[in-house]
Design a protein around this ligand. Structure first.
Ligand code: AMP
Length: 435
């Protein structure tokens, strides 16, 4: 029978790579918790209007990339292409804005789905981690979200993360700017790509996001948002930059940064990182402030700010830069029963070390020669071997061997956890990381 393969644009995560995902996600969650964010799990499936209204009809995501289908009950549903709109639906429906002090600070992690052309760093099912801080318009709220994202990237070991930042201004600024762009591109649009032609009709700001090389010189010559900002928006942006400087967060203003989702206003930003191998996976994360998203979804007129990281891209740059060496599967101890009669006692020893000692322990269930078991221990990168034969069962002891030092001792089982702690601390004590 023909082998069934995974769906195009999806990927399997297993072995050490799965450890990498766990490490990255756990670190992101733990830092978000320190910043007083709380986890939230919206469903993967939503009614399509959540995203059509939320992300915006003019966005590439809604126009071309959504996995939308009718379920057996005839409902039009969409697999989430991003989290923010679904979270806003959750907040509105459960009135979380009414029962909590604002801003409401939420984080999330999980898969999202976009029908894009698969390539380096681009999948159709990928994972995002992100936060939303909802219900406060302070520019410091934007700053805190940027600082959190930057702290996470630095804590993962990434050096020289580039933060690109821009402001899209308020509605008045954007209307003025849109008109200026329309006037400018009217003279060029004939010579631009088909996507830009439709962007010109739907939302000319989106043209600034075009990656087609032939279009870039035209785009470079377009008017810049800075000249069209209202006084309020200019002041707000200045306050954001001033706070970033006070906190010593490096940034680069990029006036072409517009983001692909329609809900953004005021501050927008992206995080870029090129791995030392030179691979450019695109932005590892991005986000911004949004004004009208909640009211678009039937809620009160509350603003928010958030960012989203692409976990696949972050794992790729960490892997390229050798920052995931510590996620290799390693055992603390491998238990080696020498004969069938020692098996049950060996299992008891394994359970004691796991449950009382908290050590990662595996055991050989096969009746194989000792040399073979040592090979298996080496394959599993075990730090210690525990050898159990007839004598040990009789004496209620074990032979405990430090595989790095190649030294062994006999230990009574009731002293095993204490002795193991002591030897482990002596050989590996300083390696253990916090967080
Ligand atoms: P966005 O929701 O488009 O702002 O994307 C946020 C982050 O998700 C980006 O900065 C990327 O790191 C990641 N991302 C977006 N699209 C993809 C994709 N197709 N495959 C993998 N990662 C992606």
């Amino acid at each position: 029978m023909e082998e069934i393969k995974n769906v195009k644009g999806t990927h399997d995560v297993y072995a050490d790579e799965n450890n990498a995902y766990e490490k990255v996600e756990n670190l992101m969650k733990s830092i978000a918790e320190i910043y007083a964010y709380q986890g939230v799990r919206p469903p993967v499936l939503e009614h399509s209007p959540v995203f059509v209204r939320g992300v915006g009809e003019g966005s590439d995501i809604v126009r071309k990339e959504m996995y939308t289908f009718l379920d057996k009950g005839g409902r039009e549903l969409t697999l989430r292409p991003e989290f923010t709109a679904g979270i806003m639906r959750l907040v509105v429906q459960n009135k979380l804005y009414a029962t909590n002090e604002l801003p409401l600070k939420l984080y999330y992690v999980g898969p999202v789905f976009r029908y894009e052309r698969p390539q380096l760093g681009r999948y159709r099912q990928f994972n995002q981690f992100g936060v939303e801080s909802i219900g406060h318009n302070s520019p410091l709220n934007d700053v805190e979200v940027i600082v959190l994202a930057y702290t996470i990237l630095c804590s993962l070991g990434l050096e020289n993360v580039k933060i690109k930042i821009n402001t899209l201004g308020d509605e008045e600024s954007r209307n003025n700017y849109r008109n200026a762009l329309k006037a400018y591109f009217a003279g060029h649009i004939e010579n631009m790509c088909v996507d830009c032609k439709s962007r010109f009709e739907i939302n000319p700001l989106r043209i600034l996001d075009c990656k087609v090389p032939e279009d870039r010189p035209i785009i470079e010559g377009a008017p810049k948002i800075g000249a069209y900002l209202s006084k309020d928006s200019q002041e707000r942006f200045d306050q954001v930059l001033e706070a970033l400087e006070a906190l010593q967060i490096p940034y680069e203003i990029n006036q072409s940064l517009v983001r692909g989702l329609d809900y953004y206003s005021e501050t927008v930003f992206e995080f870029h990182y090129k791995s030392k191998e030179g691979n450019d996976y695109g932005a590892v994360g991005a986000g911004g402030h949004y004004g009208k998203l909640m009211s678009e979804l039937g809620g009160p007129d509350l603003p928010g700010v958030g960012f989203s990281f692409g976990i696949e891209r972050i794992v790729s740059v960490l892997k390229d830069d050798g920052l995931l060496e510590d996620v290799k599967n390693q055992l603390d101890a491998y238990i080696m029963p020498l004969d069938k009669e020692s098996m049950i006692y060996a299992e008891e020893v394994a359970v004691i070390l796991r449950n009382s000692g908290g050590y990662k322990v595996d055991m050989c269930f096969d009746n194989v020669k000792l040399g073979n078991m040592f090979k298996r221990a080496a394959n599993k990168k075990a730090k210690f071997a525990i050898i159990i034969g007839e004598n040990e069962v009789k004496e209620e002891s074990v032979v405990l061997k430090d595989l790095a030092k190649q030294e062994q001792i006999t230990v009574k089982v009731e002293e095993l956890v204490d002795k193991f702690d002591e030897l482990y601390e002596a050989s590996y004590g300083e390696e253990e990381e916090e967080l």
